[in-house]
Structures are given as structure tokens and as C-alpha cells.
Design a protein around this ligand. Structure first.
Ligand code: SF4
Length: 362
């Protein structure tokens, strides 16, 4: 299917390539049989997204599209065609997500699509809200239209990084305070565990800064959907270095502990470069958790039978260098993760016991 000038939302949406394959709108097979459980839709407009986020392939700063987003192609399809496929195929989908982009009509089109999706096929709908295009009261309208969850893509762990990559310094419209106000509103409108925050690890933050931000989200009642920075072809950061796996594994583990109430950031310890050296949990419990593989799965909105329905296969790393696992880890994956956790550049193995002075090996 080719792209045309008038193929824009609300009648058309972009579909992640994984979603297009799941609905047999594109041919292809998933590496190791990964299966998608959330249909990710992205609003689409001529000229693409009007924001200028430095790491995003849809940014106006890169010509506005077609561009890739989370490292995969997002082909355009009519909503009618997508819904007819959702109705007729056996797909295992447990959620649908609408990602807003920066466009004056994004809110009204998101409301329209939410109402439509809520009627048919009736799967729970998440909205990846763009705070720069909504006003007070709009989250309530989204919830009344049938949205089940709302998530805000703050993306960066610190205000300085936000301003550099998304805000004034990037020539973009987004503002840190506005994003956090929207998260606070989402906490009130959608309630505990019904809202989330997207975060990208590896944009220049320290581990402590990321973990403090994850804790801030959890203290509001939400969960962090954290993925690794992996350079987006065509973006302003196309040549930047990907988030090292060892660093990401440690932040994944800490995120899981915080988001599921197993430890708090206050009990975690860092070295002089703010790198995690203690997770605030005794080693045997931590080892069990690592062996389960759960902390290293993709984090995202839940489904009827999955802790995370939105598993975005290979959205933050290629199949031969997986960051977020879209499927249950096998023994070989766990061994690799353990090595990645233990080898931290020049640091000795991690996993220090809380309160102890020595490292106990990872
Ligand atoms: S985690 Fe997935 S389903 Fe939830 S808002 Fe983000 S992209 Fe959408």
C-alpha cells in the first residue's frame, strides 16, 4: 500500500510494522516467534509530527516523516481496514494504543478514535497523551470517551535533558513542567496503576537520576514504561551511542523493584558516579527475580493475561542485541542478562547486599 496525500487521521493511522504483520497487512515473521499483544496506532498528518524531539524519526526537524518511530517502519492504513482485520483475525491482542502526535487536531481525532475503538472491537484503549496539545479537562474527556489508561512520554529523566532534546534548545514546543502537570492530572483522572510514564534510558542521565524519576512516577501512583535509547535512523541523534546493555539491565531491575513495591529508591545505593551498586533487596530475593526474567521484559500497559500487553518487539534494540525482551526469557537469555548485570565497564560485579560494604558478585 502506498502513501497518499490525503491519507491522514482520523480516517487513517500509522500502524507499527509488528501490528501490520500481526493483522496480516504486511508479510513477515517475528524473530523467535515473538507475538504482539497491543495494537499500537499513531495519528498521521501531512508533514508528520510538528514537534522537534532530537531522537525521534518523526520529528519536524527531520522533515516530518514518513520516518521511523521506535526504530521500525510505521505504514499507513485506513482505520476501516485495520478494524475489519482486528474483527476477523485471531491475533491475541489485549489492548489498543493511540499515540498522539503534535498537531492542532490531534486531540479531537484521538477522542473520535477512542469512541470508535471503545465500541468496536472493545479492547481496552490506552492513550499516549501529548501534553503540549491538551488543556485542563481534556484527560477527563478522554476517559469519558472510553480510554482505559493514559500515559505521558516524558522520555528524559531530567529537566536539562528534556530542554536540550525536546524543549527550547531543540526548538521544540514541549515543556517539562507541563508534562509533569499532565502526569499529576492523569493520576487524579485515571487513578493508581491506570497511568504511566514513558522514559528512555541512555540519553545522558545518570542511573540515580533515572531511578529517582521512576520513583517520582511511582509516588504519584503510576508505573514507568522504560526503554533503552537506541539511535533512530534519520533523527538528530542517529549517530549517538545506544544505551549500554549493562546500564540498562540495572535500571530495568531497579524499575521493576520500585514499580512492583519490592524496594524503594531510598534503599538503593550508588557509587561516586551515581551508578547503582545496591538495589536495596537481599541477594537471594534479587537472584530469584533475575532468574525469573520478569524485570527484563518490555515494560508497558497491561493486558488481560499479560503483565505487559504492549511488548513492542525489538522497538529498543535489534534481535541480536535485545534490550527489552518481547517474550519470556529462556535459560540462555538469563545467562546473558546476568553477565550484562555483572559487567559494568570497569566496575567489579554488582549486587552489593543492603548495608554491607562488600560486593557479592552478580
Ligand atoms: S506502554 Fe504501550 S500501550 Fe501503554 S501508552 Fe505506551 S505505547 Fe501505549
Amino acid at each position: 500500500m502506498t502513501e497518499g496525500a490525503n491519507r491522514t487521521s482520523p480516517d487513517y493511522v500509522r500502524l507499527s510494522l509488528a501490528a501490520a504483520i500481526t493483522l496480516s497487512l504486511r508479510s513477515g515473521l517475528f524473530y523467535r516467534g515473538a507475538r504482539l499483544h497491543c495494537l499500537n496506532l499513531l495519528l498521521t498528518y501531512e508533514g508528520g509530527c510538528r514537534a522537534r524531539c532530537a531522537y525521534c524519526g518523526l520529528s519536524a526537524g527531520n522533515g516530518g516523516g514518513p520516518g521511523s518511530f521506535i526504530r521500525v517502519e510505521w505504514p499507513v492504513f485506513s482505520v476501516d481496514e485495520v478494524l475489519s482485520r482486528v474483527r476477523s483475525s485471531s491475533h491475541g491482542l489485549e489492548r489498543i494504543c493511540i499515540s498522539m502526535v503534535m498537531h492542532p487536531q490531534a486531540l479531537s481525532h484521538t477522542l473520535e478514535l477512542t469512541r470508535r475503538l471503545n465500541r468496536d472491537p472493545g479492547l481496552p484503549v490506552s492513550i499516549l497523551v501529548n501534553p503540549s496539545t491538551i488543556r485542563e479537562g481534556d484527560l477527563e474527556a478522554l476517559r469519558e470517551a472510553g480510554a482505559d489508561m493514559a500515559t505521558v512520554a516524558v522520555d528524559t529523566a531530567t529537566e536539562a535533558l528534556f530542554t536540550r532534546y525536546r524543549g527550547r534548545e531543540a526548538g521544540g514546543p514541549h515543556r517539562w513542567d507541563r508534562y509533569w502537570r499532565t502526569l499529576e492530572e492523569a493520576a487524579i483522572v485515571f487513578g493508581r496503576d491506570r497511568f504511566g510514564c514513558h522514559l528512555i534510558a541512555g540519553l545522558g542521565e545518570s542511573e540515580k537520576e533515572m531511578i529517582d524519576t521512576i520513583q517520582r512516577v511511582r509516588s504519584l501512583g503510576g508505573r514507568s514504561h522504560m526503554f533503552a535509547f537506541y539511535p533512530e535512523p534519520g533523527s538528530n541523534l542517529a549517530e549517538a551511542e545506544a544505551c549500554p546493555p549493562s546500564r540498562f539491565r540495572r535500571m530495568q531491575l531497579a524499575r521493576f523493584l520500585i514499580d512492583y513495591g519490592l524496594a524503594g529508591s531510598g534503599g538503593m545505593e550508588y557509587d561516586e558516579q551515581d551508578r547503582l551498586v545496591c538495589f536495596g533487596l537481599e541477594a537471594s530475593a534479587l537472584d530469584d527475580l533475575v532468574e525469573s526474567g520478569r524485570p527484563f521484559l518490555t515494560s508497558g500497559c497491561p493486558g488481560a493475561t499479560h503483565e505487559c500487553a504492549c511488548n513492542r518487539p525489538f522497538g529498543d534494540g535489534p534481535p541480536d542485541d535485545i534490550r527489552s525482551y518481547p517474550f519470556q526469557l529462556e535459560a540462555g537469555d538469563i545467562e546473558l542478562v546476568k553477565k550484562q548485570l555483572a559487567i559494568y565497564n570497569e566496575l567489579p560485579p554488582v549486587l552489593k547486599e543492603p548495608g554491607s560494604e562488600s560486593f557479592s558478585g552478580g
